[in-house]
Design a protein around this ligand. Structure first.
Ligand code: IMP
Length: 194
């Protein structure tokens, strides 16, 4: 099966490719020759994920999926959440976003947080959504140089390394994106058998 993954984020594509079987051929937007930056105008991960997949379906009528991810911090009432990419402004700087997060958490004893990924897949025009959650805590300082986004300040529950100190395989043992992708793969396998 061919699937367009509606993303320009190579980290996300690499993480998802490591989880899906070889029978699913995945093309990023660039690889599919689509040169757009799909907007994320909504106030839920679900609505943004649906919109991104729908834009590609409307353009290409090709089976496709998208994902939207947010970091939901308990003591910040779920923020940055759907605004994770632009938490510190339109420049979408990972460093500025982390700085703002650490400032907003200064002095708070509850540093629990979770990553939540929503995948929207459209097969033959019909949409289905899946969710993956990874619980953890926000560190007081950055640790590690791998990964992207908030990875240097997030330690998943049960781990002693931040996501940015892990190889991609290690991150995928815990990751929100891996959990949502496994649900997508199970769904696609089921479709192919029926
Ligand atoms: P997006 O809107 O789904 O592209 O992601 C929103 C923001 O969340 C990104 O800009 C990243 O900063 C952050 N993010 C998404 N997934 C991850 C992850 O797996 N690790 C760390 N940060 C992430």
């Amino acid at each position: 099966m061919n699937l367009i993954f509606a993303t320009n984020n190579q980290h996300k594509a690499d993480e998802i490719r490591a989880v899906i079987p070889a029978s699913i051929s995945l093309l990023t937007l660039k690889e599919a020759g689509i040169d757009i930056d799909i907007p994320e105008p909504h106030d839920t991960l679900e609505a943004n994920a649906s919109e991104k997949a729908q834009v590609i379906w409307d353009m290409k009528q090709t089976n496709c999926f998208s994902e939207d991810t947010g970091l939901e911090v308990t003591s910040l009432h779920g923020e940055p959440g759907v605004k994770s990419a632009r938490y510190a402004g339109e420049s979408r700087s990972f460093d500025d976003n982390i700085d703002k997060l650490l400032i907003n958490l200064a002095g708070k004893t509850d540093r629990s947080a979770r990553f939540r990924t929503v995948i929207s897949v459209i097969i033959n025009g019909l949409e289905t959504r899946f969710e993956g959650i990874c619980e953890g805590i926000i560190l007081e300082e950055r640790r590690g140089g791998k990964g992207f986004g908030y990875d240097p300040v997030f330690i998943p529950l049960g781990a002693d390394k931040s996501f940015a100190e892990m190889t991609m395989e290690e991150k995928n043992r815990y990751s929100h994106r891996r959990k949502a992708t496994e649900k997508l793969v199970a769904f696609l396998n089921h479709l192919e058998k029926n």
